[in-house]
Design a protein around this ligand. Structure first.
Ligand code: AMP
Ligand code: GLY
Length: 436
């Protein structure tokens, strides 16, 4: 089948790699230097956030399935435009994409559907700054503040410093709604349900590492590396996540007219009192996808097409829900300064082969100049994904691959895949405020 993948990141490289490997003819819009080198793939340089341009390109090329990588095209209505034109699309329309583009909308949905999540207070409109001041004073210790709208993983601050919380909160309130959450202690999982609007396949859980530095220190990022499957996500935990979070999500989406053909990504914190939902995304995770796809069975293209056409095959659902036989551990190699300002266009001196005995190298937004030299293009430049029979071997392989990437200022977290949780030091006092 001819498949078009929208986006230029590491997730899109991994999607295109998996689909090309299954023999599908791939169009990557716009893709990167890594997708340009995939056998059976070609890059198409156009703006994937422009619905009319996507429909025109899909028609012109005879595309049979469009797979939308990032959230921005979905929020811009690309999936709606494709479906209106009769073209199969993996990804939700703009209305359901609000589950990701508005944390406030998502939180209200979780509360209506009684899905376990962190206690939350909301702030917006005139007087919100003063309310926030009172709230921060009444809740000493660690709090999590979130911008409601899209922020590429950078709209979240965890802090126990009142001055820092207030400064961040005020900057968000200048043009958006603010959410304040209790800090949940535990370990995070990324859980993906591929849906055809009626049935779904729950893929093996991955674990991302959101903080910039080793030991989970520093600011939040889009994700610095991921393991798949996460060894602690055993059958009992996955059953509990399915019953407490996934089932009520899909039944709630159906009841509220939000059901869609695509993937629902649940960001989960596994706490001492069970799994709790942190957030929804309406697309695959980056960098989770780079670690997850290499360990999934054959038939991924058919799974996505079945979802997009509203007819998931039960045999494929069973195959994709089974425990993988291999493990993956992916290390993001980032540009110096990321997640703050970083230089682009850094020349890459050396990079392991795309497919090598230790695993796989995925690019994000890279370009190759006419002299053949590869240049970085984003903050998270590459994902070095180690593969192995178990997570320890996968981790060793991923570390060796990441260490072999050479460009000025290249940086990665060495502790991806090392087990660990987080500690809470706060109390919660939402007295006098509307909270959920
Ligand atoms: P979100 O965009 O809501 O997933 O938040 C980004 C990251 O912040 C999450 O992946 C967690 O690492 C962290 N985080 C968000 N909310 C909480 C919370 N209530 N308690 C602890 N950590 C959180
Ligand atoms: N890695 C987290 C995300 O894709 O949002």
């Amino acid at each position: 089948m001819k498949v078009m993948v929208l986006g230029s990141g590491g997730r899109e490289h991994a999607l295109s790699w998996k689909l090309a490997r299954e023999g599908h003819e791939m169009l990557c819009a716009p893709g990167n230097a890594g997708t340009a080198e995939l056998r059976g793939a070609r890059n198409l340089p156009f703006d994937p956030e422009d619905p009319a341009a996507v429909v025109a390109a899909a028609r012109e090329t005879g595309t049979e399935l469009v797979v939308v990588g990032p959230e921005a095209p979905l929020v811009a209505g690309v999936a709606d435009a494709l479906r209106a034109a009769g073209l199969p699309c993996f990804g939700p329309g703009a209305a359901a994409a609000r589950l990701e583009s508005s944390k406030s909308f998502a939180r209200a949905f979780m509360e209506r559907r009684a899905i376990p999540c962190a206690r939350t207070a909301r702030f917006s409109g005139p007087g919100a700054g003063t309310e926030l001041e009172r709230f921060v004073a009444a809740n000493p210790g660690r709090l999590v503040l979130k911008k409601s709208g899209l922020a590429a993983g950078k709209g979240v601050l965890e802090s126990d410093d009142p001055a820092e919380l207030l400064a961040f909160g005020r900057s968000v309130l200048a043009d958006d709604e603010l959410l304040a959450e209790e800090f949940l202690e535990g370990f995070e999982l990324s859980v993906f349900g591929v849906s055809d609007g009626k049935e779904y396949a729950l893929l093996p859980a991955a674990r991302d590492h959101k903080k910039a530095y080793e030991g989970d220190a520093g600011p939040n990022t889009g994700g610095m590396g991921a393991v798949a499957p996460e060894p602690r996500a055993d059958l009992a935990l996955m059953d509990s996540i399915r019953a407490r979070l996934v089932e009520p999500t899909f039944s709630g989406m159906s009841a509220e007219g939000l059901a869609y053909r695509g993937v629902v990504f649940l960001g989960v914190m596994v706490t001492a009192s069970g799994p709790k939902l942190l957030e929804y995304n309406v697309r695959f995770g980056d960098p989770e996808t780079q670690s997850l796809l290499p360990i999934l069975p054959e038939g991924f293209g058919e799974l996505l097409r079945g979802a997009a056409e509203g007819r998931l095959d039960p045999a494929l659902v069973r195959a994709f829900e089974s425990r993988p036989e291999r493990a993956a551990c992916g290390f993001v190699v980032a540009a110096p300064g990321y997640p703050g300002p970083y230089p682009k266009g850094i020349a890459v001196r050396s990079l392991p082969e795309a497919e090598n005995p230790r695993g796989l190298m995925f690019h994000a937004s890279t370009t190759r100049a006419s002299d053949g030299i590869l240049h970085t293009g984003g903050g998270r430049c590459f994902a070095a994904v180690g593969l192995g029979a178990d997570s320890a071997r996968a981790r060793e392989n991923g570390l060796a691959l990441a260490a072999a990437v050479d460009f000025d200022g290249a940086r990665f977290r060495r502790d991806i895949g090392a087990l660990g949780g987080r500690k809470r030091n706060g109390t919660w006092n939402s007295e006098g405020l509307s909270s959920g």
